[in-house]
Every structure is written in C-alpha cells, then in structure tokens.
Write a protein that binds this ligand. Structure first.
Ligand code: AKB
Length: 326
C-alpha cells in the first residue's frame, strides 16, 4: 500500500481509518473521498480530500489515475435502517458503487478492502456461534447488497486476480463520528444520551442480543488483514470478526455502574427490531483468528469505560461554531 483512496471517508469508519492510514503511510499518500463538500477539519487539514459519488465510474477512475492509487478502501455504503426506507438508493450505492470500484481496481490493478456485515446473514442462518461458511439468505436490502458484494468480490478475485480482502463487521461503537442509519446505532446513541440526559429510549427490545465491536478494534482488524501475507489467506474475503455481544439491558446496566441513576426505557421500532432479529447473536470468528491472527482488545467493560471517558471530554469541548459571530 503506497497510494490509498478511501471512499466514504467522512463516515463512522472512514473518519477514523483515514487518520490512522495517514499516520502510517504518510499524509499525502492517503486520499479521503466523500460525498460531503465540507468534511470535518481534521480530515480536511491532515491530507488530500476530494468529493466523489461512487456511482460515477468516470470520476472514480479519474481519481485513481490522477493520484496513482494502488489500494482502495471502499467504505461508502447505505446502512441497514436507511436502506429499508430507500431500497433503490441502497442498491445503487451499495452494489452500483462496489461494482464501479471493482472495475477501477481491475483496470488500474489496485487492491481493495470491502466491509461486509452481520447483515449478510439472515433467517435460516444459525444465529448463535454463526459459522464462517453457512446458510446466507438475508431478507433485508442491506443484507442482500452485502451478500452480493461478498460474492462479487470473490468473483473479481478469481476471475481477474484482483487482491480483494474483507470483513463481516458487527455493530461498531465509536465516539468520534455517529453512525448514519444502522440497526446497531442504539449502542452509540445510548452513550450520548447517558452523558447529556441521564436516560435513553431504545428502539430495540431489552433482550436483543447482537455482536458488537469498539472502533479501535475494527480499525486494527482492517489494518492487520490488509497487511497480511496474501499467501496465508485461504478465505481472503468476508471474514467473521467480533469482539463482544450484549443486549440493550446489559449495556445499560454496565453504563449504570459509572452513571448512577441512568435509566433506559423502550419504544420498539418494528422495522429495526425485525432486522436485528434476523442477525447473529454472536459469530464464530475462529477462521480470522487462525488465518491472520485476529484478536480483539476490548470487551463490554473496557469499551464502556473508554466510551464514557472520551465522549465526556468531547462533549465538554466548545464546538468551533460556538465562537463564531452570529
Ligand atoms: C447497521 O446496523 O446497519 C450496521 C451493520 C451491523 O452493518 N452497523
């Protein structure tokens, strides 16, 4: 990896991965691309930024050519809950965007990282200790695009010898950038609510168990996989990875240990509940552990401690705008 392009760089994963990649490979060598014209200052000030619509093959190819890109982290995606509201858009961005990225990678001989998700599973999949290779019949448009994406990545690898690697990520928890429209978003929202309101109304049932991971572990997983010796990777793509699993009531109980009096109640959203009910409670990630040494650092206790501490500092900082003349 010498010259890197990140699509979806302003999103939950992208905003953190971009900074880590710039630190590792040099600021000028990591081109952040997003659909927002005005991203956050740290993304804009730490290296090159360009606006790209991943559905636009020409501008994608032009960027790859212009910057001499050899590796693409393709993170632009519509998440599960928004995808159910806008299925046509989800197909265009998730599938159309991936296809265009893979075509650019084929033509310019780039390596690619593609994030799949627990959403690529569905009813019919064993939802406890979900195996690496198992039944995959997702019934959400998000899941369908993630599963079809996994298969398309395998195809481009076998047919065109493009080096494509990927992970099936669980719900990601981070304090820097909010996730946008996923089913696991409650596990981030709850921390903001705990610190600002002392209470949270959850859109999933109290006992909905889902796989989760703290962002620093997710970033490490991406970096280790992309730097791994390709000859040792048997699956290469769509590796199950997880770090912890919990229910909303277990997470609330953990937060209560630091914020006494914190209260959770429930106003269940039937659409997101149905999505969550079709996803793994916990995946078996032994294949990732065996093939490239995956091992998470954060569990529920460590993640909760760090989220509360870091978010408290972030929320206490005055926003740049607070001093702007009105
Ligand atoms: C979502 O909830 O849509 C995502 C995911 C698990 O893929 N966070």
């Amino acid at each position: 990896m010498k010259r890197i392009l990140i699509t979806g760089a302003t999103g939950q994963i992208g905003s953190e991965l971009t900074i880590v990649l710039r630190r590792t490979y040099g600021e000028a060598n990591v081109i952040a691309a997003g659909h927002r014209r005005q991203p956050d200052a740290d993304l804009l000030e730490s290296g090159p930024y360009c606006t790209i619509d991943v559905r636009d093959a020409e501008s994608l190819q032009q960027t790859v050519r212009e910057y001499g890109i050899d590796t693409i982290f393709h993170l632009a995606s519509v998440l599960s809950a928004v995808a159910e509201q806008k299925p046509q858009l989800a197909w265009e961005i998730n599938m159309g965007g991936l296809h265009k990225v893979l075509e650019a990678a084929r033509q310019f001989r780039c390596a690619v990282f593609f994030p799949s998700s627990i959403g690529a599973f569905g009813p019919g999949t064993p939802l406890e200790n979900t195996p690496q290779v198992t039944v995959q019949r997702p019934n959400t448009i998000y899941g369908i695009t993630k599963l079809a994406g996994e298969l398309l990545c395998d195809y481009y690898h076998h047919r065109f010898d493009v080096d494509i690697r990927g992970l099936r990520l669980p719900g990601l928890i981070s304090y820097k950038t909010l996730p946008g429209g996923g089913t696991t978003d409650y596990a981030v929202e709850i921390f903001y609510a705990a610190l600002t309101e002392g209470r949270y109304r959850c859109f999933l049932k109290a006992d909905t168990r889902l796989d989760m991971m703290y962002m620093p572990d997710a970033i490490r997983a991406v970096m280790i996989l992309m730097e791994a010796d390709g000859k040792k990777l048997i699956h290469r793509n769509a590796y199950n990875v997880t770090a912890m699993n919990f229910t909303p009531e277990e997470l609330a109980a953990q937060i209560c240990r630091s914020i006494s009096g914190f209260a959770i109640d429930y106003d269940v959203d039937p659409i997101r509940q149905a999505i969550a009910d079709s996803w793994p409670r916990y995946m078996d990630d032994s294949t990732a552990r065996a093939e490239w040494g995956w091992k998470p650092h954060y569990d529920l206790v460590g993640m909760t401690r760090e989220m509360l501490a870091r978010l408290a500092v972030m929320l206490a900082k005055p926003k740049e705008d607070d001093h702007a003349p009105r």
